[in-house]
Design a protein around this ligand. Sequence first.
Ligand SMILES: C[S@@+](CC[C@H](N)C(=O)[O-])C[C@H]1O[C@@H](n2cnc3c(N)ncnc32)[C@H](O)[C@@H]1O
Length: 262
Amino acid sequence: MWDRTAAAYERRHAAVLRRDGGAAWGTFRISERRLRLLGNVRGKDVLELGCGSAGWSIALTHAGARVVGLDFSPVRLAQASARMRATRVRFPLVVARAEAIPFPDARFDIVLSDFGATTFTDPYRTVPEVARVLRAGGLFVFAHSSPLRSLTQDARNDRQTRRLMRDYFGLHELRDRYSVEFQLPYGEWIRLFARCGLSVLSLIEPAAPRTRRTTYFTARDQEWARHWPVESIWQLRRSQDSQRPHRSRQSVGRRPATARRR
Ligand SMILES: C[S@@+](CC[C@H](N)C(=O)[O-])C[C@H]1O[C@@H](n2cnc3c(N)ncnc32)[C@H](O)[C@@H]1O
């Protein structure tokens, strides 16, 4: 799907994604300069998980980080290469799945994903993998849809509603005609993080800006997102002393039953 839709995705979102030089979070592109979730990246080893055309990776390379961009779509990585040439930066791009990161334990200081692979992969597989490749004290920051968005989304018509459209308990795999996304109830996210040795530093739930339009939502859904959180930006720290999480899901969490759609 990502190979097939890569060109259309770039045409539609490139201008918004390049605001603030690419270092901005979520569908409303809130600047890292304002949120300061990654700290000083100079000299840090950084992995962008599901980097797409690598706007974040390019910005962080300019800021002095040693970055690796990972994505499982060769077409998206070709877009990243083109952007690297245009912006005169170089860093490794890796074709791989976020559920099996091809790097040794404790290789990175920071892992980030901005509606990247974390949105589209099972957190029971991806979160332990991220914890495995993070050094003690390292940061994992990712932007994701909020549970409330998942609960109130009319998936058939791809719009937000004021009704609860599915069960909260058992939130996990959300499939539509084109794609699959993942979501967990808040308590389940926090238990999964804890089992992987990740502590929550911050959970940011930005309200949609009043004026600046995003290409990710209709005007109607952007208005919805002025009242309720449409996205969650999690900032987590890998603990200094906890044991490395085991790869298998059994060791990190029980998969909840899939939530029923109403
Ligand atoms: C919505 S894009 C976001 C990327 C980037 N932040 C951007 O906006 O261009 C999601 C990216 O995640 C990648 N992705 C999805 N599932 C993945 C997986 N299992 N492993 C690695 N990358 C994945 C897709 O190929 C796509 O490039």
